[in-house]
Design a protein around this ligand. Structure first.
Ligand code: SF4
Ligand code: SF4
Length: 132
């Protein structure tokens, strides 16, 4: 018996984006490059099981917009064939990202916390005390 999938009730979310692996950022400059990606509309970045990905929200030209079926199903690319519909999590509320950035402001905050917060507190606290 075929595994049950929610595809029949889905508008083909899997055919509406491209996710590509990114090198894991190390330096502040690497994170700032990712911030630049995120300044663009329809781009997000997520981390899953420690691996970084960039995601472009863009509709496949072969998706029928009325039926949400693939118009080149017999000739669809291998990446579409390999996608395990029975394990698809795109329609579930429990999609488990380690991190998910949908715009550059979020990344800017993340960079601040990651690279600046460790350095600032002691000096600032001392300065505050001296003023009293
Ligand atoms: S594989 Fe997932 S996203 Fe694609 S049509 Fe099926 S349920 Fe929807
Ligand atoms: S080729 Fe077909 S299965 Fe692949 S993304 Fe496009 S519509 Fe979806």
């Amino acid at each position: 018996m075929a595994a049950k999938t929610p595809c029949k009730k889905c508008s083909a979310l899997c055919c509406r984006n491209i996710a590509l692996p990114l090198d894991k950022p190390k330096s502040r400059g690497d994170y700032d490059d990712i911030r630049w990606f995120l300044t663009h509309y329809n781009v997000s970045v997520f981390v899953e099981k420690g691996d970084w990905y960039i995601n472009f929200k863009t509709l496949c030209r072969h998706l029928n917009r009325k039926t949400f079926r693939c118009e080149i199903y017999a000739n669809r690319p291998n990446i579409c064939r390999r996608y395990k519909t029975s394990k698809c999590e795109l329609t579930s509320d429990t999609y488990d990202y380690d991190l998910h950035f949908t715009n550059d402001r979020q990344m800017q905050e993340y960079i601040k916390v990651r690279f600046d917060n460790m350095k600032t507190p002691i000096k600032r606290r001392n300065r505050g005390k001296n003023k009293k």
